[in-house]
Ligand binder design. Structure first.
Ligand SMILES: Cc1ncc(COP(=O)(O)O)c(C=O)c1O
Length: 389
């Protein structure tokens, strides 16, 4: 039997969500059609919007359905940049080098093609963003800043950013803040309204929903230029016929994820702590990446000196345990983790990492299966050194 400890890459669709999804796939109408079939599809879509909004503490009008986290991040970053830098007076985009590529790459693209200037806030060796530095930077440069984009929780190390503090700093200068909450939502409590964020990205497939649907939550007062133009759906921010079935499945997944948030935390913390303790006992040279920084309850990320993360991953997979060596969203490209490099680790350490992430469906036996497989995988990977071939 396969032990799945890679829920941060994607978490299996929940049975209730699968049933809801397949049921709604046979909906006939286009939600924009005025006839009764269209109105049935519209009803499902709007119910879903309400479910998502309730799960994240937002107003239903603030939920813009998208195809997932990557699109939401692109829409937020390019959309806010274009809206705020029309006269080229605000070229600065403030973010961190530990962000997901769905944030870093649009910023790089805007820098190369559209006159943006990226500003990367430093992080410490635990991956925590330096908010003292940010405050000073904003004090001196706020007039030229288009937006700030900082993730709520890091998808590799699980480190949590103090988003309330970031928004507080930005508010003084009236700068919009986007947060990629893809890794945080469904794992810790999220309240969009309470933070005062301008925009926030979430995706369904990390919370037991289907792949290919997500949302950008956009404050009602926000001004944001659309990436795509067409029928003007979704407050004209995301044209295209709406995916009522996907939205409905996402809505239910959000509802379920939030309804078990406390028990999820209580359960996964036990699994995570058992795993962390076990790893450090079995491999004393292993390093728990975020150290004492605040982190997600269901994420354990380590570096293993002298090993390639790819080798470890492959050997553990052969032993029937699925884990990750970082972000699954990098299309199978083997590279040192840009997150660990940004945290000041050298190339070899940044290439020797493993991430184990849990859901409420994991058990103590899953952790023990991982710990049973680790010593041999580690010994073989260590013999092979840094290369995975
Ligand atoms: C933090 C973060 N942002 C964005 C994404 C991209 O989301 P999606 O796969 O829905 O496009 C991911 C996916 O792993 C992620 O972890």
């Amino acid at each position: 039997m396969v032990v799945y400890l890679d829920h941060a890459a994607t978490s299996p669709i929940r049975p209730e969500v699968l049933e809801c999804y397949t049921q709604h796939l046979s909906l006939v109408g286009n939600p924009s059609s005025v006839h009764s079939s269209g109105q049935l599809a519209r009803k499902a879509l709007e119910e879903a919007r309400e479910q998502v909004a309730n799960a994240i503490g937002a107003n239903r009008n603030e939920v813009i359905f998208t195809s997932g986290g990557t699109e939401s991040d692109n829409l937020a970053i390019k959309g806010l940049f274009w809206a705020r830098n029309k006269d080229a007076s605000r070229p600065l985009i403030v973010s961190a080098a530990t962000e997901h590529h769905a944030v870093i790459d649009p910023i790089d693209w805007l820098e190369k093609e559209q006159g943006a200037e990226a500003v990367w806030v430093p992080v410490d060796e635990r991956g925590v963003v330096d908010l003292v530095w940010l405050k000073e930077f904003l004090t001196n440069n706020h007039e030229r800043v288009a937006l700030i984009s900082l993730m709520w929780a890091n998808n590799e190390t699980g480190v949590i950013t103090d988003i309330n503090e970031v928004v507080e700093l930005a508010k003084t200068f009236d700068i919009p803040v986007h947060s990629d909450a893809v890794a945080a939502f469904g794992h810790i409590s999220i309240n969009f309204a309470q933070t005062g964020l301008t925009a926030m990205s979430i995706t369904a497939h990390k919370v037991g929903g289907p792949v290919g649907v997500g949302a950008l939550v956009v404050a009602r007062s926000a001004k944001l230029t659309s990436l795509v133009h067409g029928g003007g759906q979704e407050r004209a921010m995301r044209s295209g016929t709406m995916n009522a079935a996907g939205a409905k499945a996402f809505g239910l997944a959000c509802e379920l994820a939030v309804s078990i948030l406390d028990s999820h935390r209580a359960h996964t913390v036990i699994l995570r702590d058992r795993l962390v303790e076990g790893v450090l006992k079995l491999v004393p040279t292993a390093r728990f990446s975020r150290a004492d920084a605040p982190g997600l309850p269901d994420n354990a990320h380590f570096t293993f000196a002298g090993c390639s993360g790819d080798s470890l991953l492959f050997l553990l997979d052969q032993a029937g345990v699925c884990v990750s060596n970082g972000s699954a969203c990098q299309a199978g490209v083997t590279a040192a983790s840009h997150v660990l490099l940004a945290m000041g680790r050298d190339e070899s350490e940044a290439s020797g990492c493993l991430r184990m992430t849990f859901s409420h469906t994991n058990t103590i036996e899953d952790v023990d299966a991982f710990l049973a497989a680790l010593p041999q995988a580690h010994a073989s990977a260590h013999r092979a050194g840094y290369t995975s071939s």
